[in-house]
Ligand binder design. Sequence first.
Ligand code: ARG
Length: 399
Amino acid sequence: MSYPQMSLQASLQELLLEAQAYLSLFHHECGIPEAYPERLTRMQAEMERTGSYWHTYEELAYGAKIAWRNNTRCIGRLHWKSLAVRDMRHLETAEEIFTALVEHLRLATNGGKIRSMITIFAPAVPGRSGIRIWNPQLIRYAGYCQPNGSIIGDPSHAGLTDVIRRLGWKGGAGTPFDLLPLVIQLPNQPPKLFELPRDVVLEVPLSHPDYAWFARLGLKWHALPVISNLRLEIGGISYPAAPFNGWYMGTEIGARNLGDINRYNLLPLIAEQMGLDTRSDRTLWKDRALVELNVAVLSSFAGHGVTIVDHHTASRQFLRHEELETQAGRTVPAHWVWIVPPISGSASPIFHITHYKNTILKPNFFYQRVPWQGPLQQSITLLTQKNLRNATASHVFRE
Ligand code: ARG
């Protein structure tokens, strides 16, 4: 037997074991264990015939919910059962996929009353690249590098912004909050760009209940966080394009996105507006600015009727989730570093629980290769001739 055949056998064997494990879990948790043996037989037969198998809608939907439940980086897992699952495995073109993504934004935003939702596109076929959405989230703000090294917009998306421009995007208006177009790539095809219709992106202008000057800063954030670059794995089947969303916890925006030094870095500006003494760290000007920025985020979202949760409530809900899971005979694996809120850590009960185990169970969501950082040759063939003319490898493929 030659090596390639051996590895093919090994991966089939692996797929079979993963499929067995998930289908058994599915039938047990759904209270239909008597249906398991027959399903197992059908799955094995299908695998012998085709080298893979196709999930029923119920298996797909329940698998996506468990992937959320198993994700150790999420504090919001109390709501795992309420995930709405859209089966879009039949879509075949980038245009159809884009339309489904726009529809996802509409349905999940729901006028501000946010619904947790996942849209699942076709699974990866072994030995071939799958469908990829290049953007880490469906709604992201561009980061434009300036000649002096500074960045207008979101610095964490400067790399992606650069790549998208090289794919032909002319750039937006140049504000700190320009929406990036979506990049959708089908297997063995060049990536395609799609501009989001403005009206599907709900945004919240930020103001502060006590500081009139706050609104004049012109800050805002989008209502919906839809993660679009993780691979969903259920029963050995990979879904490399399966964007999903919950609603925001305030600190994600108020502490991290707007406060982090390598993001919008707004604490100095806010502290200055508050009249704080920023010359010494000991005045705790950063802490005071952080708190007010977070007050602004929470009250602005609430004022605009957009779902958001504060970190104290989210912490309590997480403990409730643990209680319910314990009652169901399961433990809750968690990554402490991720689920302790980034401000006022010790005021959250989670901070004081130190026994969490970061065990990775499946189904789950996994990181995958950054699409534009693939092997050089592969990426070059994906670029159009036009793009190639004004790009050299070194500055196209930089991180
Ligand atoms: N932290 C990310 C952001 O601010 C979003 C991650 C997912 N968050 C969520 N609440 N589901 O954009």
